[in-house]
Write a new protein. Structure first.
Length: 276
């Protein structure tokens, strides 16, 4: 498991392009036949991917967590963006098609990922945050997620936000997670941008062509920086940082938050006059 430390905004504004990418970008979320996880000291969020191919993959705690098993004191959200697969939780099996999600509560000991077809493996995207109690496991198809249609073609940001792990759908301790789909000919995911001092956030971009890119804006509103993001890469956003992207084409991204509250609309919108 890779460790990422917290960064003070006064330090981050001096980072070079290489340093920004090293601290905030997860360049390869899905590695065939492996579980790739990044442990961020920002709100103790873990983000990564499980890509089983020809054999199951078991989720282990690792020294970084310091527990007997991964979900001993954690909860987890999973969204599959690949082929059909299965997640086994203490022997109980959940089949996940593409864009199916799963909330897994604290206390589940054995977590095993499998793909149905090695030639089209599942890609299980994972977000995990500390938990204080155990809530029931819930499978969440995209049809059961809470949709919110926002934006317009005129502003190049028409999109539908699907809230998966969210109080409107299921109970969780602090994790909030969902998926946003941009309509064709729309490229901005949120503008005007915002911060939320109460929560950090991770974006994982996918559904992009080989030569497409997203320019992900980050940093304090008055000291913005950018990271160029390819398909199936993720960006860690501290609470003090904006998180807004514009693509060379439309795309989809998964967002996950952890922190003080689960109020989706609790955000501090940045005036365009203050955006630098």
């Amino acid at each position: 498991m890779e460790i990422r430390y917290s960064a003070h905004p006064n330090d981050a504004k001096h980072y070079t392009t290489e340093e920004l990418r090293k601290e905030f970008l997860i360049p390869q979320v899905f590695i065939p036949g492996e579980i790739k996880l990044v442990y961020s000291h920002v709100d103790r969020m873990i983000a990564g991917g499980a890509t089983p191919v020809d054999k199951p993959l078991k989720l282990e705690a690792g020294k970084e967590i310091g527990a007997d098993y991964f979900l001993a004191r954690r909860e987890m959200g999973i969204i599959n963006i690949g082929g059909k697969g299965k997640v086994k939780l203490d022997g109980e099996e959940y089949v996940l098609e593409a864009r199916d999600g799963l909330y897994v509560g604290m206390g589940i000991k054995d977590v095993i990922f499998e793909s149905e077809n090695p030639d089209n493996p599942a890609k299980f995207y994972i977000n995990s945050a500390p938990a204080h109690t155990s809530y029931p496991t819930v499978k969440i198809e995209i049809s059961k997620a809470n949709p919110r249609h926002l934006g317009s073609l005129a502003q190049s940001n028409e999109r539908t936000i699907y809230q998966y792990v969210h109080p409107a759908v299921c109970k969780s301790c602090q994790l909030v997670m969902g998926l946003t789909i941009l309509e064709p000919n729309n490229v901005w995911n949120t503008m005007p941008c915002h911060t939320h001092e109460r929560r950090m956030e991770v974006y994982m971009y996918f559904g992009m062509g080989e030569n497409d890119r997203v320019i992900h804006f980050m940093g304090e509103p008055s000291e913005t920086r950018h990271i160029v993001v390819k398909n199936e890469q993720a960006v860690i956003s501290p609470s003090w940082s904006i998180h807004s992207g514009v693509g060379t084409s439309n795309y989809t991204f998964i967002w996950g938050m952890a922190g003080e509250n689960q109020t989706f609309d609790d955000m501090d919108t940045v005036s365009m006059d203050d955006f630098r």
